[in-house]
Design a protein around this ligand. Sequence first.
Ligand code: GAL
Length: 370
Amino acid sequence: MPTPLHRVATIGAAVLIGAGGLAACGANDTGSGSDAGSGDGSGGGATIALLLPESATTRYEAFDKPLFEAKVAELCSDCEVAYFNADQDEAKQQEQVASALTQGADVLVLDPVNGAGAGGMLADAQAEDVPVIAYDRFIEGADYYMSFDNNTVGQMQGEALVEAMGDSGGILMLNGAPSDPNAAQFKAGAHSVIDESGLELLSAEYDNPDWSPENAQSYVTDQVNKLGADKIDGVYAANDGQAGGVVAALLGAGVKAADLPPITGQDAELAAVQRIVAGEQTVTIYKPIPIEAETAAEVAVDLALGNEVPTTSVTGVDQSDFEGVTSYIFTPTAVTQDNVADTVIADGFYTADDICTSAYAEACKAAGLQ
Ligand code: GAL
């Protein structure tokens, strides 16, 4: 039976093929800032710019982008989505915003590389009466904001680590990029649990400047060289991309897969869910991206068409207030080996077949997934 997400993804694919003439979409996928030969939302429909921060984290291009595009297409057949990815480069994102405005974007859905540094982009858009939705990462003064409860994400990570480690032992801590306002919230949430536990930091914690798995891998490799792998009893990694780097570093240092210490993550990336099934990662935090991407699409279409934005979105989430900005805040879920079936699979985020590729067939059988 096709799962909801797979149905959405299929619709998205069909829309993309059918919309091959939408020059603004495809030509900007590289984020090159080229003018793409598009005019002001040709065809009379509105143009909505979707600006995402990076692509090393798989969620953006595998989920956020196609789900957002599919929902816009469903709600407004005449609307175009102009898509940009900044590849973690702040200056590039500024150019992309300028390019979106030049192309006549009616709304910006902006996930900023640097939340605190996004004021200029916001001012440029608002000066042209183009509303800005702060997508996933907060921007002060934005028209709308939507995200998950990021402090709770950090708390859930901390709780899973403490539970897996039995409340004692030495840990490494790898946080997100300091330019990302969410990173501070994940970190604060995790500290609120870890600092009250018996766990101890082995070294100064690492604020990974660009969230990259490569930086995470080098940091842990350095720590292994300094401390010895056997001293590392657990690792707090703020997201799954970094958890992948941590695992690579430890395996590279000769730690056997079966002997990996408890490791946290976030985003329910497919590779992380597979590691969880195989016992190589303890937890990931599942943030159901459909609700976030679809709510963003609903609000963006209403703004683009000049409709009133309902206080309850079509996806049924109530508005609230976050630092003075009208917001939609969604609830995350912790995923461990015990509840993979009841969370990411039950929700249609992945099928058991997606997870249980040949390398994970045995682990899947043992976990009762196949
Ligand atoms: C955060 C986002 C996470 C993760 C991270 C790295 O802002 O909430 O889901 O993707 O960025 O890009």
